[in-house]
Design a protein around this ligand. Sequence first.
Ligand SMILES: *[C@@H]1O[C@H](CO)[C@@H](O)[C@H](O)[C@H]1NC(C)=O
Ligand SMILES: *[C@@H]1O[C@H](CO)[C@@H](O)[C@H](O)[C@H]1NC(C)=O
Ligand SMILES: *[C@@H]1O[C@H](CO)[C@@H](O)[C@H](O)[C@H]1NC(C)=O
Ligand SMILES: [Cu+2]
Length: 255
Amino acid sequence: MAVILPLLLAVLAALTGPVLAHGGLANYTVGETWYRGFDPNSPASEQDGQPWMVQRRWDSIDPIFSVDDKYLACNKPGTPPTSVIPIQAGEDINAIYYYWLHPVGPMTAWLAWCGEAGDCNGVDVNAVEWFKIWEAGLIEGPNLAEGVWYQKRFQKWDGTPDVWPVTIPASLRPGAYMIRHEILSIHVENKPQFYPQCAHLNISGTGTAFPPKEFMKKFPGGYAADDPSININIYSPKFDHTANYTIPGGPIWEG
Ligand SMILES: *[C@@H]1O[C@H](CO)[C@@H](O)[C@H](O)[C@H]1NC(C)=O
Ligand SMILES: *[C@@H]1O[C@H](CO)[C@@H](O)[C@H](O)[C@H]1NC(C)=O
Ligand SMILES: *[C@@H]1O[C@H](CO)[C@@H](O)[C@H](O)[C@H]1NC(C)=O
Ligand SMILES: [Cu+2]
């Protein structure tokens, strides 16, 4: 089944186009260690409160369509997990997806510091300030509709999961943080689809750096509905001869 499922999904996707399939972030790895996230296809009652859970709960593989949706931060319902992922600043965290079908649009990763209390369970995901630490968009032309996006390159279709590596900035001061992975799919004209998931981290290290105010965004709030990179028709003739796409959400904090 592990090998057949992606092939089946690929066939279904080819037959029915982009409407059919959504998805999301299943698990995380740091080095050789696996951390388990929520699975919307399994009963929540078997997952809520489990000691291994590191991810905020998300009940559906469907996207969020509005930049004003409060679930843009950490999906719906976004209930906090029981556990945290320990990671050192400078290490990679890998986000593991079973499959990913949509080919176009940017992918971004964000962190939010949870405060002196050192615990992300009590924070309001809409009130915390997120800063972007990673992004990837259009990798090569010829244009927005036909070019190769990282979102496409990330897909494997060989029976193995799709892996998205992100490095925690080495200079970041340690503490309790949330990490937010977001895939924005823009294959439907002027109907962006957001796929966010959040996990809780305990970041260790000796760094002292923290991003200044200008990097901080709230969700919702961080994106404008009329942002030309979000409310976009990539099939418009005006994009036929350009591979210039600006990833929304402002600059990356490099640490
Ligand atoms: C995520 O972890 C669970 C539990 O170990 C496993 O059943 C599932 O196959 C994993 N998913 C992926 C995409 O690796
Ligand atoms: C976070 O990591 C630090 C240092 O490794 C440890 O002392 C602390 O207990 C951890 N906190 C949590 C909530 O896991
Ligand atoms: C790329 O697009 C941005 C805004 O989306 C614009 O400011 C910039 O001038 C464009 N660059 C080129 C080379 O067209
Ligand atoms: Cu979808």
